[in-house]
Design a protein around this ligand. Structure first.
Ligand code: CP
Length: 306
């Protein structure tokens, strides 16, 4: 039995296979419509979510399976003090696979150790968000035609942004990826990613503060939200929240085929006028998230579709 805690749990070859499966699902959805008939996914969300929870549910429904779960800690027995370990032992009696989001780093890993069903990390604190990374990889490969040989700008909250941490770890395994890390001083990439991931693996990267300075060289721009829920005080959040606002004026500096990604939700960091720009790819990214989660469910449940 396999779990998914980090994008590195899959080799590059396994990831290729998973992304190919997602592309086949996109092209031939009817082929997969009953692949998980009789199977159930439990979505255990101790933190708010729109995309991740509902895309897992949509993915299982598209495969002919069923869904159950909770969408906040308050509506589960966690509110009465039940541990994650006990909860997963219970859920193992009800479902075939589960996706767990938790504010504490490592909580899905703890659950996986007691689980009798595959556990998918659907985001743990500021640590990892591997299924967002699978979504990002599928989006990049589909839109650029390749993984590697590009310059990607990662902009916003690089300190607490788990999507950025997971994506960097995944992308260093592909050739000739140049990273431009764009953040205010207070929200720079954590030392463990800069030193243990980027420097240790001889990756080409630089850190800049101004988005305008980085824009002309980027093939991809990955915007992120400044996350209110990760700040210890409101004052710091208010000071940081509008540090970056991507608008049509700034986009004039970008390459005509640069693609703009964002894991969403968006607050103010991308002006709504940008949504009509052909380079805005963040809503396509949401759709890719369903295909890749369908592929992941099939892979972890070892369901073969001929
Ligand atoms: N991208 C993402 O994780 O969105 P949600 O928080 O809505 O799940």
């Amino acid at each position: 039995m396999r779990h998914l805690m980090s994008p590195l749990d899959f080799s590059v070859e396994e990831l290729d296979k998973l992304l190919n499966l997602a592309n086949d699902i996109e092209a031939n959805p009817e082929k997969y419509a009953h692949a998980c008939a009789g199977k159930k996914i439990a979505t255990l969300f101790y933190e708010p979510s729109t995309r991740t929870r509902l895309s897992f549910e949509a993915a299982m429904l598209n495969l002919g399976g069923s869904v159950l779960g909770f969408s906040s800690a308050d509506s589960s027995s966690a509110a009465k003090g039940e541990s994650v370990s006990d909860t997963i032992r219970v859920i193992s009696c009800y479902a075939d696979i589960c996706a767990m989001r938790h504010p504490k780093e490592g909580a899905p890993l703890v659950a996986s150790m007691k689980s009798r069903i595959p556990v998918i990390n659907a985001g743990d604190g500021g640590h990892q968000h591997p299924t967002q990374t699978l979504t990002d990889l599928l989006t990049i490969r589909s839109l650029k035609g390749r993984l590697g040989n590009f310059t990607i700008g990662l902009c916003g909250d690089l300190k607490f942004g788990r999507t950025v941490h997971s994506l960097i770890q995944a992308l260093i395994r592909y050739p000739n990826v140049n990273f431009v890390l764009i953040s205010p001083e207070e929200l720079r990439i954590p030392d463990n990613i800069r030193d243990d991931v980027l420097r240790k693996n001889n990756q080409n990267f630089k850190e800049v503060v101004r988005l305008e300075d980085a824009m002309p060289e980027l093939d991809l721009l990955y915007m992120t939200r400044v996350q209110k829920e990760r700040f210890f005080n409101e004052e710091d959040y208010v000071r940081m929240k509008d540090f970056y606002i991507l608008d049509s004026e700034k986009l004039k500096l970008a390459k005509p085929d640069m693609q703009i990604l964002h894991p969403l939700p968006r607050v103010n960091e991308i002006s709504v006028e940008v949504d009509d720009d052909p380079r805005a790819a963040y809503f396509k990214q949401v759709q890719y998230g369903v295909y890749v989660r369908m592929a992941l469910i099939l892979t972890l449940l070892e369901v073969e579709v001929c």
